[in-house]
Design a protein around this ligand. Structure first.
Ligand code: 2P0
Length: 320
């Protein structure tokens, strides 16, 4: 009754923003992401009937704050009548800072929980369960370039292209290391209820998805760059126009965009994307990654850099 799993976070190029069913956590739009390789969350789940309740440690320290969402996820995977669980989480990057920590956490937890209870579920079933906990987590069940489609009553997730077939590099400029001020679930609801741009976002998303799918099929970097930057800026525009406005950027976020624009003008294969936080993710062709890293590292306000290739979906690991 004990198992471990590892999952990598994913970065959306065509974003999930907005829910059509808050209770079931179903997204309002499809999305396309890339699963990273170097960043990870590892979860160990031990089901133990002698415990009084679920317990959680994150990187060795008890963490009661995150526990309720993890307990709900375990209930969905294993049923309400399950034994209490001892959950140990290890993560090698900042949590809740717009680096998709919930995606890798819930993907790893779902796989580890099913394995601990010796329940053999298909990847699509695990993705659906992980998505109920956190929409983006469904995509971390799969590797490489991943599409999440909205089906009538559920989601359907698949790999469009394996990581090895188009090995891009992501350089992440960390511009602030604290947790974000507004959680993405709350920010999505503020957008849905108050932003004048929300309805056109929903209408235009199928078109952006089609362009990105074609770009990935054709391995057309310039085409993927254009549609990804457009989709990212559109998502942030929805938030800026909401009441109250939600602004995740800081001045260093803007400086990084300027740096990337300059690199593009020099002919480098790089584009930006930003999520529910101030960090800037520069997606680039591997041969330009060193130059991109150097330029972003020298940009005002950048406090740290991370770099990653593209990786695999969530999977079970051997127990330590
Ligand atoms: C994404 N984000 O597609 C978008 C872009 C942030 C910006 O999915 O409410 O933690 O738990 O389903 O998955 C972050 O939101 O949201 C996210 P919930 P989640 O990656």
């Amino acid at each position: 009754m004990r198992a471990a799993a590892i999952a990598q976070p994913n970065i959306a190029l065509i974003k999930y923003w907005g829910k059509r069913d808050v209770g079931r956590n179903l997204p309002a739009v499809g999305s396309i992401s890339i699963t990273l390789h170097e960043l990870f969350t590892e979860m160990e789940v031990q089901l133990d009937g002698s415990l009084a309740g679920d317990q959680l440690t994150v990187n060795g320290a008890p963490d009661a704050g995150l526990l309720p969402r993890l307990s709900d996820c375990l209930d969905r995977v294993l049923g309400d009548d399950r034994d209490p669980a001892r959950i140990q989480s290890r993560c090698n990057f900042p949590i809740a800072a717009g680096l998709a920590s919930s995606a890798s956490a819930f993907a790893a937890l779902t796989v580890a929980a099913a394995a601990a209870a010796e329940r053999s579920l298909e990847t699509y079933e695990l993705a659906s369960l992980a998505g109920r906990a956190s929409g983006s987590a469904a995509r971390s069940l799969y590797g490489g370039f991943v599409e999440l489609e909205n089906r009538r009553d559920d989601i359907a997730v698949r790999t469009l292209r394996a990581a090895t077939e188009w090995p891009l590099t992501v350089v992440i400029a960390i511009t602030a290391s604290g947790p974000k001020a507004v959680g993405s679930t709350e920010a999505m609801e503020i957008s849905r209820k108050t932003s004048p741009f929300y309805s056109s976002w929903i209408e235009q998303q199928p078109h952006d998805l089609t362009i990105a799918r074609e770009a990935i099929q054709q391995k057309d970097f310039a085409k993927l760059a254009a549609v990804s930057e457009h989709n990212c800026l559109k998502m942030h525009s929805i938030m800026w126009a909401s009441r109250p406005p939600v602004v995740y950027w800081n001045s260093a976020t803007m400086s990084c965009l300027q740096t990337i624009r300059e690199l593009q003008a020099q002919g480098l294969g790089v584009f930006f994307t930003m999520d529910a936080g101030p960090q800037v993710k520069a997606v680039c062709v591997p041969e330009h990654a060193a130059q991109v890293g150097e330029a972003l590292g020298g940009t005002d306000g950048v406090v740290d850099l991370m770099q990653s290739g593209l990786g695999e979906g969530a999977r079970r690991t051997k127990m330590p």
